[in-house]
Design a binder for this molecule. Structure first.
Ligand code: FPP
Length: 242
């Protein structure tokens, strides 16, 4: 049984398997992403009901630009559809939308939709729904290092002031951007055992739960099961429990 008193503050998800889901059905890849968007919508709702503070989804990585123009534009088109269909409900449910990554590189219509979602929900105090878009873990660290190097070059900090907290502060998840704690739990669907450049710094002590389910088939019930698995883990953070 899910322990409602020990819900993780931040769950991050790698929504993998949309392509395979479509291929299995002889459908174009976009049908998989479309079904993936429906699955995502339900997980956001359940995360909100469970009282999770942060849900982060990997919607488009810095490496996904290698895909075909049709697929890339299809995924960006889904952002427009999602915001048009769901923003009202997200707002009514007090969900706050944030983006991790430089979304200014997306097509204008997607940027406009995202900005509308960010603006409409900025004062909400419920679930924070972080969408990782044009996000890469190495790029996240690179950007933070650049920002910190600029501070040092301007004499505003000394190189000796650079500690782990300062680096965390300048990541997309840091206080200067989306302000998200490190994820306690990372869920990956479709059975791949890799991190794919997701939240590299932030996952230092995350628990991983991998399921073979393809993302479009992932249900809120399975999401709760993943949290139950997490709750059964012995987290020691490098120390000992006895
Ligand atoms: C990975 O599956 C999934 C993606 C790269 C895209 C995820 C996008 C969505 C769920 C669309 C909705 C998002 C928003 C923010 C509206 P894959 O294509 O790599 O699957 P495969 O490994 O089976 O090919």
């Amino acid at each position: 049984m899910l322990d409602k008193d020990r819900i993780p503050r931040h769950v991050a998800v790698i929504m993998d398997g949309n392509g395979r889901w479509a291929t299995k059905r002889n459908l174009p890849k976009m049908s998989g992403h479309n079904a993936g968007m429906q699955a995502m919508k339900e997980i956001v709702k359940r995360a909100s009901t469970l009282g999770i503070e942060h849900l982060t989804v990997y919607a488009f990585s810095t490496e996904n630009w290698k895909r075909s123009v049709e697929e890339i534009n299809g995924i960006f088109g889904l952002i427009v559809v999602y915001v048009a269909k769901e923003l009202k409900e997200l707002d009514e449910n007090n969900v706050k939308v944030k983006v991790l990554g430089d979304y200014s590189k997306l097509p204008e219509k997607s940027v406009e939709s995202l900005e509308k979602a960010l603006k409409t929900t900025e004062n909400n105090t419920g679930l924070q729904f972080n969408i990782a878009l044009n996000y890469g873990g190495r790029d996240d660290i690179r950007r933070a290092v650049t920002d910190i190097a600029k501070l040092a070059a301007a004499g505003r900090i000394s190189p000796d002031d650079i500690d782990e907290q300062l680096i965390s502060d300048y990541l997309w998840t840091g206080v200067h951007h989306a302000n998200v704690p490190d994820p306690e739990l990372i869920i990956r669907t479709s059975g791949e055992l890799r991190l794919s450049n997701y939240l590299l710094w932030q996952c230092a002590y995350s628990e991983f739960v991998i399921t073979n389910t393809l993302w479009p088939d992932f249900t809120p019930e399975e999401f709760e099961k993943c949290i139950e698995v997490f709750q059964g883990r012995d987290r020691r953070f490098g120390g000992r429990n006895k």
